[in-house]
Every structure is written in structure tokens, then in C-alpha cells.
Design a protein around this ligand. Structure first.
Ligand SMILES: [Zn+2]
Length: 269
């Protein structure tokens, strides 16, 4: 086990990161939203930090030269800005509506507790959730290469091993594409609930690899000492807003996955 500072130093000095980083991302720097590994129950894995040139400039300037703890707070603030945008306006933003519904589902299943969503996001959220991006360097999503993702997932595995969350939510197809194979090898990650449609699929292994087939399903893995953890892969949240077709099934699938979770946790105790 290592602590966050050690992880941070290793990550900062990583030669492989530098080798795989596209030219356009070399001088952008990187983000992180935590400054400790301990005391987290849940983990959220995203693909890469939101990149907007103007915002990036402000965020980078503000965080330069700061301690790890202060930097994490600055990156948290910018992260939340994206969700809270529109929250006080008459018409609530899509991102806010997403996070509100997502957290509400977790709350109704007894995973977290709070009074109001904006208040929780600003005070409790980052204490309950270790939030991280597979690729921590800023850059346009289109510039993120498979090689960079494939390398960066090793840093993520270090985070999972050290944070030891009980339950992980991973977002987006590319995250699943690189997380599942390594998760299967390292943590014996496998689905634990009914398969519905894909149960009849002739090639189960291949269908698990496709995020659309497993969106919202509960997976189980185990740490090296045999202690189990769970993971729910989800389609990228922007897809939820963009495609009406999956809007309801997005949350229905997650609801099913979460409903099974408390019973399973009890079984393990
Ligand atoms: Zn690296």
C-alpha cells in the first residue's frame, strides 16, 4: 500500500505517460480531485478531465504552486462548476439534472445521505466519492489515444488497490474497454446478476466486453486478499442527455443494479 503523496510523485515522474502523451497535451498539466486514499466507500471513474481552453487556463494558473491538498480543492471546485452550472437558474442544466438523479438513486438505496443536492455536492460528495479520471492530463477528448488510455489504466489500478472502494461506478465506453480486460485479470471482475437479453448470447465473454450490454449491471471483483468489491459500468453521462432512447433505461438499469447491492453486501458480511 502507498499513500496519495507517493502515488502523486510516481505519477508525476512517469516516463511512460510522457511517452504516450500526444504532442497537443504535453504542456497542459494534469488534474486530481483527492489528496488521500483512505476512508472512501465509493469511487467514480471518468475518462479524462473536461477540457475547455479558457477554463483550463484559469484552473491551471490557480492550481500552480499549490500544495496537493489545495490543488485537489481547486480541481474539485472546477469539476463541480460543470454540474452546478444552471442549478440556480430557472431551467436546470442537463449535467445538474443527471447528477441529481444519479445521487438520488444512491440515496434511496441507502448508500449516501444528504438533505439537498447542491449542498451535498459542495460539502459531502468529495468525502464519500473518490473521483478520478483514467487519463489525468488535460486535452481534447479527440486527442486521447488508445495508447494513452492503455497506459493510464495502470495508474488507475494503483488507485483502486490503494483506495479499496466497496463500490465503483465507471463511466463511458472507452473506460470500460480498457478497464474490463485488466479488471478481469487483476480482480477476477465478473457480472453477478441476471443477464436478460444477453444471457442467450452465444459468446458471453464478448458481450460483457460491450458496455451497452452491461450498462447498470453489478459486477464483482476481489482484492488480492480476497475481500470483494463491486462495480457498475455506465454509459457516459452526456449520452444520457443526448439520446432520448436510452434516457429512461439509463436510470432503470442502474436502479436494478443498485437494488441488488445492499442484499449482496449483507451476504458478504
Ligand atoms: Zn504513466
Amino acid at each position: 500500500m502507498i499513500n496519495f503523496e507517493e502515488f502523486y510523485e510516481t505519477f508525476k515522474e512517469c516516463i511512460e505517460c510522457r511517452k504516450t502523451l500526444p504532442e497537443s497535451m504535453r504542456n497542459n498539466g494534469f488534474t486530481f480531485y483527492a489528496s488521500r486514499f483512505n476512508d472512501y466507500k465509493y469511487m467514480i471513474i471518468l475518462q479524462n478531465p473536461l477540457y475547455n481552453k479558457e477554463r483550463h487556463k484559469k484552473e491551471k494558473t490557480e492550481s500552480t504552486g499549490k500544495s496537493i491538498q489545495d490543488r485537489a480543492k481547486i480541481h474539485q471546485k472546477y469539476f463541480l462548476e460543470w454540474f452546478l452550472k444552471g442549478n440556480r437558474e430557472k431551467r436546470r442544466g442537463q449535467n445538474y439534472r443527471f447528477i441529481e438523479r444519479f445521487l438520488d438513486l444512491l440515496k434511496s438505496n441507502g448508500l449516501i445521505s444528504y438533505d439537498d443536492t447542491p449542498g451535498y455536492l459542495e460539502t459531502g460528495f468529495f468525502n464519500d466519492f473518490y473521483v478520478t479520471d483514467i487519463v489525468k492530463y488535460w486535452g481534447a477528448t479527440g486527442d486521447i489515444t488508445d495508447a494513452l488510455l492503455k497506459h493510464s489504466v495502470h495508474h488507475l489500478i494503483d488507485e483502486i488497490i490503494n483506495v479499496r472502494p466497496e463500490l465503483i461506478f465507471s463511466f463511458s465506453t472507452r473506460v470500460w474497454d480498457c478497464l474490463y480486460p485488466i479488471g478481469r485479470d487483476k480482480f477476477e471482475l465478473s457480472p453477478i446478476q441476471g443477464w436478460g437479453e444477453i444471457e442467450r448470447h452465444s459468446d458471453l465473454e464478448r458481450s460483457v466486453e460491450t458496455l451497452a450490454n452491461v450498462h447498470g449491471h453489478l459486477f464483482r471483483g476481489k482484492y488480492a486478499d480476497g475481500i470483494p468489491f463491486h462495480l457498475i459500468p455506465l454509459i457516459h453521462l452526456s449520452k444520457n442527455a443526448r439520446y432520448n432512447l436510452i434516457r429512461d433505461s439509463y436510470f432503470n438499469c442502474l436502479k436494478e443494479g443498485l437494488q441488488n447491492y445492499p442484499a449482496i453486501m449483507q451476504e458478504n458480511q
